[in-house]
Ligand binder design. Structure first.
Ligand SMILES: *Cc1c(COP(=O)(O)O)cnc(C)c1O
Length: 351
């Protein structure tokens, strides 16, 4: 979608949003990605020691003083968030005898990571730090999906102002990058620059926009299906209570199923008595409270499922679909949170 002039860094932080950092990275590299992005040095080291050698790895959270050696040893590319960190990279580079590339993150108005230093101060720091190599300038948008807000335009123009000043001062940074999934999907082409950082879209999601947004143009589908097995199926009489606190009382005789998945697997506790799963091709209700390891569901609509059979917690079965955005709405959170919460205990199968 971004075209040949723009590189795509595959964002594989948080174990690739729960999908498996190494497995996803291998696929992305096989598809031609040259950049991956992670959150921490530790995540970068895990990719390197897992055999990801050829890709550049941007560490978006930067590094702490004790992580400098690992940055050098594993050839990671840190995002740097202050002038003093540029000096840290410079010292690290002169101590290790190699130039170290870094990307300087500008806080253009999100008020999270990034330097608030003005362009002149940045140029002064760059002049003093000849061993560190500025390879990229980056920023991150706070409200890219909100077309009722002017924040993105303001952030974009602040960032552009810094980039223009630096260019005029003779500073060359081959990579300028600001856009993640939403700015890609809604076609903020002027913000794509030379690199975009795509996470959510790789896993099949683009969040809905607010206000007068252009058409969302990324054609993606959820990459992940999540299933759990029935540990028991039984009949309960009218009036029977289900689960901790007896928060569900059967309004009639019912058939129920007890799934081997609970909040320790990533089933949000907030789905208690509200969420749904797909059983035998139909959406059906979660009954009572979600427990640590178990979730009880209504199976009154089918006699087809028994012990050991699978129920879909996230995915599509026949006509019924349940994706992370739908689950997030019921759980009172965002789709990213649903995906990242599927815990390590859930066995991953790659097909
Ligand atoms: C997580 C992250 C991204 C990726 O965002 P998506 O919305 O998942 O595409 C990009 N940039 C930064 C700085 C991030 O932290």
């Amino acid at each position: 979608m971004v075209g040949p002039g723009v590189e795509v860094a595959g964002v594989v932080k948080a174990d690739a949003y729960g999908h498996g950092g190494l497995e996803v990275s291998r696929v992305l590299l096989a598809e031609g990605a040259r950049w991956l992005a992670v959150s921490s040095v530790e995540e970068g080291v895990q990719l390197r020691t897992g055999g990801i050698r050829d890709a550049r790895i941007l560490v978006m959270g930067g590094f702490l003083p004790y992580e400098g050696e690992a940055v050098v040893e594993h050839n990671l590319t840190p995002a740097v968030h202050s002038m003093s960190q540029i000096r840290d990279v410079d010292r690290l580079a002169s101590a290790s005898g190699r130039p170290i590339a870094y990307h300087l993150k500008i806080d253009s108005g999100m008020g999270r990571l990034g330097s608030r230093a003005g362009a002149e101060e940045i140029v002064e720091t760059l002049v003093e730090t000849r061993n560190a190599r500025l390879e990229g300038l980056m920023t991150h948008f706070a409200s890219a999906a909100d077309y009722t807000s002017t924040q993105t335009v303001e952030q974009s123009s602040y960032f552009k102002g810094i980039c223009d000043y630096l260019r005029a001062a003779g500073v060359r940074a081959p990579y300028l990058h600001t856009s993640s999934t939403i700015a890609i999907g809604y076609g903020r082409t002027e913000d794509w620059n030379t690199l975009v950082r795509a996470g959510h879209a790789l896993y099949g999601y683009v969040s809905p926009a607010r206000g007068d947004a252009p058409r969302q143009a990324l054609d993606v589908r959820p990459a992940l299906t999540w299933k759990a097995k029935l540990l028991a199926v039984k009949e309960i009489p009218e009036g029977a209570l289900v689960g901790y606190g007896g928060s569900f009382r059967a309004p009639r005789a019912m058939r129920i199923g007890i799934l081997g998945a609970g909040y320790a697997d990533g089933m949000f506790h907030r789905l208690s008595n509200r969420g749904k799963v797909i059983a035998d091709g139909k959406l059906t209700a979660i009954l009572g409270t979600v427990s640590m390891d178990l979730t009880t569901i209504d199976l009154s609509h089918t006699e087809a499922l028994g012990v050991g059979d699978e129920v879909t917690l996230l995915g599509t079965e026949g006509e019924a679909t349940l994706d992370a955005q739908q689950i997030a709405k019921v759980a009172g959170t965002i789709s990213y949170n649903i995906l990242c919460s599927i815990s390590a205990r859930v066995h991953r199968v790659y097909v």
